[in-house]
Ligand binder design. Structure first.
Ligand SMILES: [Zn+2]
Ligand SMILES: [Zn+2]
Ligand SMILES: [Zn+2]
Length: 143
């Protein structure tokens, strides 16, 4: 997936700042989600924690990033599909949390339509699968 941070900011009416561009660049580097501590480590010299936190929140609000909690309760961030808009996320795909490398993958697997009981309105549904990812499985076979 090709990500152009400058265009994304423009599309979402966000002011273009160097720090905002850096955060998106870092997240768009890989196809797997990136955890908040990892982002802090990578961007710590350029962006302080509070600013980073604020940028991530803005991106989540705007439908640019979605947050996935891993099995340790750490927030991870991944780029949204193009159908996400402000306050309306449509990331109804399965996430995969590898118990070996701890990485979170956005899988191209749709969550089936889950019917809520009367009176319950779900604004988002998260489905996370836990196990061993493709890369780790390949590494294990090689041993
Ligand atoms: Zn989204
Ligand atoms: Zn793995
Ligand atoms: Zn995802």
């Amino acid at each position: 997936m090709h990500i152009d941070p400058v265009n994304i900011l423009k599309d979402h009416d966000l002011k273009h700042t160097k720090q905002r561009v850096r955060v998106l660049e870092e997240i768009a580097l890989d196809t797997v989600a990136i955890s908040q501590p990892e982002l802090e480590k990578k961007l710590g010299k350029e962006i302080d924690r509070v600013t980073l936190y604020r940028i991530l929140n803005t991106y989540e609000d705007k439908g640019i990033l979605h947050r996935i909690m891993d099995m340790n309760g750490t927030a991870n961030y991944a780029i949204c599909s193009s159908s996400c808009t402000e306050h309306h996320h449509h990331d109804e795909h399965v996430h995969f949390n590898c118990s070996n490398c701890q990485k979170i993958y956005c899988l191209d697997v749709k969550i089936p339509n889950i019917k809520m009981p009367p009176g319950f309105t779900a604004s988002s549904i998260n489905t996370t699968a836990y196990g061993i990812c493709e890369k780790c499985s390949a590494g294990m076979k090689a041993d």
